[in-house]
Design a protein around this ligand. Structure first.
Ligand code: ADP
Ligand code: ZN
Length: 221
């Protein structure tokens, strides 16, 4: 099963993709996470990607498509995967289609998590991250102990691109470059829209209900 998670920055894509991937027992693939791992480990890919990420603009397609291709060619992706943060341009969307066609696969579903612009900025400006992937908000979703992750006791940090200024650039990039992908997938009838304003647990249930509905209709799983 191949699921694409679409949505503005801080729409809850990351959190929800992890949950869906666990439930479907397939890998969760986040191009943002792959880039951040490369930056943290001082690789050549990381050095290149950092130039763009810190400014809130998209990493060039050539590099992004290459790392994505390498990832989905791994054996653990045989049974499917959940994509988080890819495709983000029409060019990436078309490349993904070509890669999948080559191995007789296709996207089963695209989940669109919708949130308002104001909410995106509010979430990003209060977001705190843990290395384990868990995200918090200093006001609306704080950890039990300030600055410490509930799950792994790790120290929380602020992503460098989580400032209001960079957030606005990211939102703009989303609208100009990523949103047009939705229209392509809508035409195929594979999009489900989910209200991303509800509490995380509720969003997770809404997403799962839609996946089950879709699966039944198409005889998956
Ligand atoms: P968010 O959705 O909150 O912006 P991500 O972790 O998905 O967070 O992405 C962070 C940054 O990584 C993006 O702003 C962009 O610079 C880069 N990035 C991630 N995925 C892609 C992609 N598919 N194409 C180009 N750049 C990407
Ligand atoms: Zn943690």
């Amino acid at each position: 099963m191949i699921v694409i998670m679409l949505g503005a920055p801080a729409s809850g894509k990351g959190t929800q993709s992890v949950i869906v991937a666990q439930r479907l027992k397939v890998p969760h693939i986040s191009t943002g996470d792959i880039f951040r791992w490369n930056i943290a480990n001082n690789t050549a890919v990381g050095e290149e990607a950092k130039k763009y990420i810190d400014k809130g603009i998209l990493v060039p397609d050539e590099l992004t498509i290459r790392i994505l291709k390498e990832r989905i060619e791994k054996e653990d992706c045989e049974r499917g995967f959940v994509l988080d943060g890819f495709p983000r341009t029409i060019n990436q969307q078309q490349s993904l289609d070509r890669m999948l066609t080559e191995c007789n696969k296709s996207i089963n579903m695209a989940i669109n998590l919708s949130v308002t612009d104001d909410e995106v900025i509010r979430r990003i400006s209060g977001r705190r991250m843990c290395k384990c992937g868990k995200a918090y908000h200093i006001v609306t979703y704080p950890p039990k102990t300030p600055g410490i992750c509930d799950l792994c006791n790790g120290e929380l940090y602020t992503r460098k691109d989580d400032t209001v200024e960079v957030a606005n650039t990211r939102l703009e990039a989303y609208k100009l470059q990523t949103e047009p992908i939705l229209a392509v997938y809508r035409e195929r009838g594979i999009v489900v829209d989910i209200d991303g304003h509800k509490p995380q647990e509720q969003v997770a249930e809404d997403v799962w209900k839609e996946i089950l509905k879709y699966s039944e209709k198409h005889g998956w799983m």
